[in-house]
Write a protein that binds this ligand. Structure first.
Ligand code: UGA
Length: 439
């Protein structure tokens, strides 16, 4: 028997969760305050790029298992398990996460509930939020209606969201009662059958697992980037170093990619939110440690821009720079806190004329940085360039033919901001090739 599920918030997380829960066989109704977005989703049109997701959306809007609404009352009427998937961006006035959307979602829903329900948070929140929301739920529920708040953090990566949701590495269930655990095990029944590890925890641990996972990944990337700085100072090669470290089973090669650093809507703000929690809770050592990670990550953008200045003979004034990539990573059109666009904007600030090309993120990029020039092809981007920079390692950019580009550019200089190109083939083709932490 399927569960009746509602999903509140239809961004990358919510839209993916809703479509994947329908794929698992459940009846799903998804809600957003943005009526235009809801209308598009109901028509099977995904308002952002995520591989494989539009297909699922179409399949289940057609099967009738996935519906969309702008009415919270309808969620309360139709569903028994309500997933909160709204954003928790960095607050405008500091490092902490803004949990106001999560609170607003809960407070909008709970008064409409007429039968016992489970509200499940999936958003990334500061530790302590779930307990506070549970208290708010008790205060705003109608008399006689039992509402429990559970926390079930999401670990999906953009660009792999469908796969990560349908075949996760683990499922974390932060619950306060055996009933809540039972309901969530039922929702994720097919995972349990597939022997995905399920960890049942208290609310605070569930919240912290997610924050800690993202902070650890950010730290791992930053470690590679700091080693890249040491490699630059000594003539060693950070890629070979990372390969060698990665063979150690305890370390692993993934997330040791040095370059212009991490970005996106999650890692940077989650590191800062955890820093803010540590500060509020008086855990100063963690605060200082994460501040270093954040600062070292931002420094990468500066270091790469300095390398561009040096490549262009000491000044960027008037230099035409082809910026290949705008998304914060390949496989997405998301440009939130994108290191690629930050670098392009810094180049422009120093007097260069950056020309940006991204296979999927030109539209989102131009909306976020209207002063930058975006073009539709690699050829247009590199035409007459004094310097080419690889800023997002899309497969089609990594596969570019160095010989083919040679007679389009003004000067055959390339700065590989992602250590993703093969230095030999670029050098053999006649380019001056420079990477991050590589001789
Ligand atoms: C991240 C986490 O990986 C997910 O597990 C988590 O669910 C998600 O945040 C979230 O909190 O919602 P995501 O933001 O999609 O996922 O991106 P990642 O694949 O983690 O990449 C983050 C950034 O690190 C990108 O800018 C990427 O280019 C950079 N990166 C990654 C490196 O600079 N080097 C590497 O070796 C790996």
């Amino acid at each position: 028997m399927p569960a009746s599920i509602s999903v509140i918030g239809t961004g990358y997380l919510g839209a993916t969760h809703a479509a994947c829960m329908a794929e698992l066989g459940h009846d799903v109704i998804a809600y957003d305050v943005d009526a235009t977005k809801i209308a598009a989703l109901a028509d099977g049109v995904l308002p952002f790029f995520e591989p494989g997701l539009e297909e699922l959306l179409r399949r289940h809007t057609a099967s009738g298992r996935l519906r969309f609404t702008t009415s919270v009352a309808e969620l309360a009427e139709r569903a028994d398990v309500h997933f909160i998937c709204v954003g928790t961006p960095q607050r405008a006035d500091g490092l902490a996460a803004d949990t106001s959307h999560v609170e607003a979602a809960l407070l909008a829903l709970v008064p409409h509930l007429t039968r016992s329900s489970l509200v499940v948070g999936k958003s990334t929140v500061p530790v302590g939020t779930a307990a506070r929301l549970n208290q708010l739920a008790q205060e705003s529920a109608a008399p006689g209606v039992t509402v429990e708040v559970a926390w079930n953090p999401e670990f999906l990566r953009e660009g792999h969201a469908v796969r990560d949701t349908l075949a996760p590495d683990r499922v974390v269930l932060g619950v306060s009662s055996p009933e809540a655990e039972k309901v969530l095990r039922f929702v994720y029944d097919s995972f349990v059958v597939d022997e995905v590890p399920v960890l049942v925890t208290d609310l605070a641990t569930a919240e912290l697992v997610k924050s800690a996972a993202n902070a650890f990944l950010a730290t791992k990337i930053t470690f590679a980037n700091v080693m890249a700085e040491l490699c630059d100072a000594t003539g060693a090669d950070v890629v070979t170093l990372a390969d060698a470290l990665g063979f150690d089973q305890r370390i692993g090669r993934r997330f040791l990619g040095a370059g212009i650093g991490f970005g996106g809507g999650c890692l940077p703000k989650d590191v800062r939110a955890l820093m803010a929690s540590a500060g509020e809770l008086g855990v100063d050592n963690l605060f200082g440690f994460l501040r270093e990670v954040d600062a070292a990550n931002t420094r990468r953008r500066h270091v790469v821009v300095e390398a561009a200045v040096a490549q262009c003979g000491g000044t960027l004034v008037g230099a035409r720079v082809a910026c290949l990539g705008a998304a914060f990573k390949p496989g997405t059109d998301d440009v939130r806190d994108s290191p690629a666009l930050d670098v392009a904007a810094r180049l422009q600030h120093l007097g260069a004329h950056p020309v940006v090309y991204d296979p999927k993120a030109n539209g989102t990029g131009a909306r976020a940085f209207p002063a930058l020039t975006f073009v539709d092809t690699v050829d247009e981007a590199v035409q007459g360039a004094d310097l080419v920079m690889l800023l997002t390692e899309w497969p089609e950019l990594v596969a570019l033919d160095p010989r083919g580009l040679l007679n389009r550019v003004g000067s055959p200089r390339i700065l590989d901001g992602r250590n993703a190109l093969d230095p030999e083939s670029w050098r053999n083709a006649g380019w001056i090739y420079q990477a991050c932490g590589r001789p």
